[in-house]
Design a binder for this molecule. Structure first.
Ligand SMILES: NC(=O)c1ccc[n+]([C@@H]2O[C@H](COP(=O)([O-])OP(=O)(O)OC[C@H]3O[C@@H](n4cnc5c(N)ncnc54)[C@H](O)[C@@H]3O)[C@@H](O)[C@H]2O)c1
Length: 316
């Protein structure tokens, strides 16, 4: 069976998904749409795929699935249109800038019983599977989630109302792993450093404390004032074991010493492969994060952003 896929949003990550899908022998890209003049056309010409004028036109072609790669502020309408058309979708993280749109989409997806996937590709790393085993054997007591980076190129990223801010937009990958390894977050308390960047109201830095329902505690540190990414990942302290996880390495330290391994899986390909396989009737891959699961992570990021804004403790 060949899966007929459509792409909505042909920017940085949309182009990445399109190239990945174009490389799968069992996927046909049937259309690409993007409201920015020329953006869909350039990618479509490159891949030999037709441009669709808009999402309704793309959905009228009855794709088997669509990949929704729009910026955080643009969520809601594309997902709800896909649900109304009965078309499964993979949507990029974050699910939205805040909660109302994501909760509405989650309810619509659940009511329709539609298969979904999200762009939390780190979950497909074999190193994450190994970290899960370690943390299952020795439950985490302390989690440190961090993302120290530069301001990404898209203009929308700099505005909190458009991106949701660094924790919601970027650190969400690591919050997702914190939940995976240490369980659900009961409460967050956060402080913002404020913004000193020209034309940017996203905070320079955020520091937060997490209380997990299982009793572990956590810290969150995010900063976007650097010339390039310095570190993005998770440190987990268990009883007698330390786990250090980034997108490119896992180090497990025990009393016998430290062991470092690199991922053997290309998670950015695996995230698309997993959804295609699911839609072909296969079982869900262990790394597949559907909309409902992604929403649980999104709630934690939004809670941190809200606590940073209000000064109050927030329960996700
Ligand atoms: N999972 C990952 O590793 C990863 C990596 C990069 C980006 N992302 C996420 O993907 C999303 C997009 O990021 P990007 O870097 O591609 O941004 P981008 O600005 O490069 O591209 C977004 C594209 O979406 C288009 N767009 C805007 N509104 C639209 C709408 N309503 N319908 C269709 N297209 C619309 C824009 O014109 C633009 O071309 C962000 O939420 C980002 O967090 C995820």
């Amino acid at each position: 069976m060949v899966l007929r896929a459509g792409l909505v949003g042909a920017g940085g990550v949309g182009a990445r998904h399109a190239r990945t899908l174009a490389g799968f022998p069992d996927v046909e890209l049937i259309g690409i749409t993007d409201p920015a003049p020329g953006v869909a056309g350039a990618l479509a010409a490159d891949l030999g795929v037709p441009v669709a004028p808009d999402l309704p036109a793309l959905l009228r072609q009855r794709p088997d699935a669509v990949w929704l790669c729009v910026p955080p502020f643009a969520h809601g309408a594309p997902e709800l249109a896909a649900v109304r058309a009965g078309v499964p979708f993979l949507v990029e993280k974050p699910l939205s800038t805040g909660l109302p749109v994501a909760e509405e989409v989650a309810a619509a997806v659940a009511a329709a019983g539609l298969p979904t996937a999200t762009g939390y590709h780190w979950r497909h790393l074999d190193t994450v599977a190994r970290a899960r085993e370690v943390c299952a054997a020795s439950p985490p007591r302390l989690v440190d989630a961090t993302w120290l980076d530069t301001v990404p190129p898209p203009a929308w990223w700099r505005r909190r109302e458009a991106s949701g801010g660094q924790v919601v937009e970027q650190l969400t990958h690591v919050l997702d792993l914190a939940r995976l390894l240490a369980g659900e977050v009961a409460e967050v308390r956060a402080l913002p450093a404020g913004s000193t960047g020209a034309g940017r109201d996203v905070d320079d830095a955020t520091a937060a404390l997490l209380a997990f329902t299982g009793g572990a505690v956590g810290t969150v540190t995010a900063a976007c004032t650097l010339p390039a990414k310095v570190r993005a990942g998770l440190d987990v302290v268990c009883d007698g074991v330390a786990v250090e996880l980034t997108e490119t390495a896992l180090t497990v330290t025990t009393r016998d010493g430290a062991e470092t391994r690199q991922p053997q899986v290309d998670a950015r390909t695996a995230v698309d492969r997993a959804f295609v396989d699911l839609l072909a009737g296969g079982p869900p891959a262990p790394g597949l994060v559907d909309y409902a699961e992604a929403l649980r992570t999104h709630r934690v990021g939004v809670a941190i952003a809200e606590s940073a804004r209000t000064g109050a403790a927030v329960r996700p």
